[in-house]
Design a protein around this ligand. Structure first.
Ligand code: G3P
Length: 221
């Protein structure tokens, strides 16, 4: 499973890329607004220059023509732009048009297997089931990832990749990987939490203490 960062924060993206584990980014209007009043085009282009892989950025229109026009514009901003299109009936049509123009679509706000099936049939490059938001209303969000992966696997001609999105904690990452999601897109805090284990911290301190007891304080190689 690959990891994307779910953020528009440039410093966090730079760190994730330096770690060598982040190969893509997903944003949405809420995430961009967290960065304050920005020059949207410049921000997207900066993110695209930092990240080796796809950078998803969302349209704001809700009608087919508006979505397609915005997507065409966004796709001109950088080679690795992927356009996020919402899982509506208009979104399906827009996805189909864009796929025919070789503009990659991330079919977003996906909350059902049927939405994911239509995304694949329309030619979306990615589908984003929102796990945490389903958990928030008492459903089992990861169950949706499992069902989509299972359905897609039955039809090898489906090339749409599943991005487990709306990830809220490290356990979600484990489950997404176990279920065969192609990608999990994670907030920066979750990325940092993924490496954390109290026994690792205790172990690092103890190794140093034992070394210094014999070799002397501050003594290194
Ligand atoms: O990738 C989708 C994500 O940005 C939504 O996350 O936490 O707002 O449900 P959240």
């Amino acid at each position: 499973m690959r990891l994307f960062l779910d953020t528009a924060n440039v410093e966090h993206i730079r760190h994730g890329v330096r770690l060598g584990v982040v190969t893509g980014v997903t944003t949405n209007p809420s995430l961009v607004s967290k960065e304050g009043k920005v020059d949207y085009k410049r921000l997207v282009q900066e993110i695209c220059s930092i990240v080796p892989g796809p950078v998803s950025t969302e349209v704001l229109s809700q009608d087919v023509n508006g979505m397609v026009a915005e997507a065409r514009e966004l796709a001109k901003w950088a080679k690795n732009v992927v356009v996020k299109i919402p899982a509506t009936i208009e979104g399906v049509e827009a996805t189909h048009q864009l796929a025919r123009e070789n503009i990659k679509v991330n079919f977003t706000l996906c909350f059902s297997v049927n939405q994911a099936l239509l995304a694949a049939l329309a030619g979306a490059a990615y589908v984003s089931p929102f796990v945490g938001r389903l958990d928030d209303i008492g459903e089992y969000g990861m169950g949706l990832v499992k069902d989509i992966v299972e359905v897609y696997q039955k039809y090898p001609y489906i090339k749409t990749e599943v991005i487990a999105a709306s990830i809220r904690h490290p356990r979600h990452c484990v489950e997404a990987a176990q279920l065969g999601a192609h990608i999990a897109t994670v907030p920066y805090q979750v990325l940092v939490q993924m490496i954390k284990h109290p026994l690792t911290d205790v172990g690092v301190v103890r190794f140093l203490e034992d070394w210094e007891k014999v070799m002397g304080k501050g003594k290194r190689l």
